[in-house]
Design a protein around this ligand. Structure first.
Ligand code: F6P
Length: 548
């Protein structure tokens, strides 16, 4: 496997970066009256405005050439045909299949029609959701179910939680869905205080059914159920599981008919479209869940078939590489101007950082370039009163994605117009900045003395020329939310392909898990810790002392 630096376009981009170093985005707009139209692309209900980037025609054509030379077209074919592109685990990567089952009859992978399996599972979900919503599913004392507590972590938590929250306006009234993830006992304790053991169903979501946090919380939920009037026989009325490890779920005491399957070819952080999305389906209903899948499928089809130069995930992925590798950007911010999408950065953070936080090429050689950036962000306008200062005047270059719906689910007063105005003004301010002359004039106009002008004006200078994308949609619906998340999934894949890394394994999280077990054993025993580093020894002692 080649390093991206060996691609001929890589060096061309490095040279081109030198040419672009002194070009201001404002001058690019001045030179091209059609820049807004020329730097726009559409797919699956979303419009991407990427005009406010440090990019001209040459940049975009070199980036497209880079993507092509990196083998993107073959990589897309590989993904969509079920090839084992997750080479270190020898697996297919088929989250795209999870949203294709309504539109396509079959997809044969390793001799199995995976779409038939997906459809069967969707039917099983449909029946479960229908029984819960209709009140047919009863608890062990015969009461209807009012609450569902989803227990999972990582990809078995973030995606469903973020999507359920994003689709709050579509929430069904019959059932309230709660999420528990952390091993911190405060998480589940808080949730259990809100629910009644007679009317609550727990959905235990774990691909492996071996994750410490999830199993500990599942055990705590079962103990709570049993010590609050529940019975062993009643467990089948109150516990369901989503897992690819049926045997382990059965060992837990789960009734087999309450186990929803998932497969090796779905990565945890790409799994919200599988039965891991069951809490979403319960929260918003199965029709809305199908609409979510369909929106994602529209984006998949766009990614698969649109020319590279019009392809949203490709454009966004390539621009990201442009900043990370040619402008030394270390982070990338996601700022949704939509309250219901406020937690989306956390999901994309896991998606991207677990996928592209890698230092080895596909063949195991070390990378020579930076790979995945630190993904962070939060809802606008809240962030404007927190971290935007650094975006505007800090020393670091932080490319930003602004995400906004054109219409609101809650159109009260001038709120939405104000919200949208703020979104646009931030991308504008990042680009135009403020010159020293403007700052001086502003101070003079406000009546400042010449001394004050000289002292204060430099602090008011905003360099500008900071890049951003703006993603717009008419409304946040199940379909547009599905398409948006699929867009970021594919963007992650595009970048991984350019860097020549495997975006679909996550070996890095293993060491912490192994050491966590070792330290846990030391915390609960009188083991000899002298071989450990002095810092860890002292911290273990501090904990033990506090418990005694
Ligand atoms: O953090 C590592 C990880 O393996 C994620 O990729 C995964 O989504 C999460 O743990 C939870 O795993 P599981 O669904 O097997 O409980």
């Amino acid at each position: 496997m080649r390093s991206p630096t060996e691609l001929t376009t890589w060096q061309k981009l490095a040279d081109h970066q030198q040419e672009m170093a002194n070009i201001d985005m404002k001058s690019l707009f001045a030179a091209d009256p059609k820049r807004a139209q020329n730097y726009q692309a559409n797919a699956a209900g979303w419009t991407l405005d990427y005009a406010k980037n440090r990019a001209n025609e040459t940049t975009m054509s070199l980036l497209t050439e880079l993507v092509k030379e990196a083998g993107m077209e073959e990589a897309i074919k590989g993904m969509f045909s079920g090839a084992h592109i997750n080479n270190t685990e020898d697996r297919s990567v088929l989250h795209i299949a999870l949203r294709a089952s309504q539109a396509q009859e079959s997809l044969m992978v390793d001799g199995v029609n995976v779409l038939a399996e997906v459809r069967d599972t969707l039917k099983q979900m449909e029946a479960f959701v229908q029984q819960l919503h209709s009140g047919e599913w009863r608890g062990h004392t015969g009461k209807t179910i009012t609450d569902v507590v989803s227990i999972g972590i990582g990809g078995s938590y973030l995606g469903p939680k973020v999507v359920a929250e994003a689709l709050t306006p579509y929430a069904q009234e019959q059932i309230k869905v709660h999420f528990v993830a952390n091993i911190d006992g405060s998480d589940i304790t808080g949730k259990l205080k809100q629910v009644d053991p007679e009317t609550t169903v727990f959905v235990i979501s774990s691909k492996t059914f071996g994750t410490l946090e999830t199993l500990s919380n599942a055990n705590a939920a079962r103990d709570w159920f049993l010590s609050n009037g529940g019975t062993q026989e009643g467990i089948s009325k109150h516990f369901a599981a989503v897992s690819s490890n049926v045997a382990k779920a059965v060992d837990f005491g789960m009734a087999e008919e309450n186990i929803f399957p998932m497969w090796d070819w779905v990565g945890g952080r790409y799994s919200l479209w599988s039965a891991i999305g069951l809490p979403v389906a319960i929260a918003v209903g199965m029709d809305n869940f199908y609409a979510l899948l369909d929106g994602a499928h529209q984006m998949d089809e766009h990614f698969r078939s649109a020319p590279l130069e019009e392809n949203l995930p490709v454009i966004m992925g390539a621009l990201g590489v442009w900043y990370i590798n040619f402008h030394n950007a270390q982070t990338h911010a996601l700022i949704p101007y939509d309250h219901y999408l406020r937690a989306m950065p956390a999901h994309i953070q896991q998606l991207d950082m677990e996928s592209n936080g890698k230092a080895n090429l596909l063949n195991g050689d070390g990378v020579e370039t930076d790979t995945g950036p630190i993904i962070w962000g939060g809802a606008g306008t809240n962030g404007q009163h927190a971290y935007h200062q650094l975006l505007h005047q800090g020393t670091r270059l932080v490319p930003v994605d602004f995400i906004a719906p054109l219409t609101s689910h809650n159109p009260i007063g001038e709120h939405h117009t104000q919200l949208f105005a703020n979104c646009l003004s931030q991308s504008q301010a990042l680009m135009v900045g403020k010159t020293l002359a403007q700052a001086e004039q502003e101070l003079k106009d406000a009546g400042a003395t010449p001394e004050q002008v000289a002292a204060i004006a430099p602090h008011k200078v905003i360099k500008g020329n900071r890049p951003s994308n703006t993603l717009l949609t008419d409304k946040m619906t199940p379909a547009t939310v599905g398409a948006l998340i699929a867009l970021y999934e594919h963007r992650t894949f595009v970048q991984g392909t350019i860097w020549g890394i495997n975006s679909f394994d996550q070996w890095g999280v293993e060491l912490g898990k192994v050491l966590g077990t070792d330290i846990y054993n030391r915390l609960v025993s009188d083991s000899d810790n002298s071989a450990l580093d002095a810092s860890t020894q002292a911290l273990i002692e501090a904990f033990k002392k506090a418990q005694s």
